[in-house]
Design a protein around this ligand. Sequence first.
Ligand SMILES: [Cu+2]
Length: 338
Amino acid sequence: MRPRCAFRPSLIWSTGLLLTGCSGPQSSLDPYGPDADTLARLFWNFTGFLTLVWVVTMFALLFALRPRPEPARDPLAHEQNAEHGMVLTVAIATALTVISIAALTVVSYGAQRVLFSDRSPSLSIEVTGHQWWWEVRYEDPRPSQTFATANEIHIPVATPVILKLAASDVIHSFWVPRLAGKLDLIPGRTNELRIQADKPGIYRGQCAEFCGWQHAHMAMLVVAHTQEDFQAWRAAQVSPAKPPADAEQKRGQEIFLKSPCVMCHQIRGTPAAGKVAPDLTHVGSRRTIAAATLPNTRGNLAAWIVDPQGIKPGVHMPLIKLDAGEIQPLAAYLEGLK
Ligand SMILES: [Cu+2]
């Protein structure tokens, strides 16, 4: 079963879905996992309570502005009365403010406790932010079971997953609003974020910290599968790249292997072993390329190879001179790497 984009049929979020297509609404108010749920609830509790505060304040203001009778015969006594009333009002207002802020602090602390509680994760994934793509590495005690992919994080549903967030160049920020809160990726240290999806589906996220020119083109998809589908996906990804299926793909592979592509990109099962760019071993299995900038089609692969700088100006992939006849086989080969 291929996961579809998850959404709830409510008016606001369906409108968002129409606007954004299958990427779905990226809204933290449309939670699909326990931690995102805690955050959404925190937001609504704050909003509800502060609305109440606003209404009470407005009533108090109207009450204070009400028309009042002229001072009676004894102006001094009237003034004293008024002053007494004011001191009392200010005292009550101060006390209510302190109580409110303390209550909100307790509620917020409670949410933190839930977010940082121990729910022993069964899977941890290393996510490294690069200008401007996400490296996703599935570690395993057995080196043969370790593999990397890019811009697409696959997880099993209903399972807490720990993401070990790092950065290779500048600070990025990881945010998939429907699954969890936001956390920075900082060069030189590792931050841990727990995500969990309750339903199979595709959840879009993006970098949430300005990280340079193409920051806006640094998105990613989290794909949540049932346990069996996840194991099948993992088994497929662990395996080395498929050999070319026909003459055109074979020619594409030859072109790839004799081009500078191999300096940056890895395709396991071939001599290409570059480590500074997305692993292309199973690039054909991904839904998008260039950090969710383009749908992954043969046409877009060809367009990307012909002019990466036109699609993502400033991107760290140079324009490589290829003959016109070399583009099609190359794109066919990459598309075939399912
Ligand atoms: Cu960024």
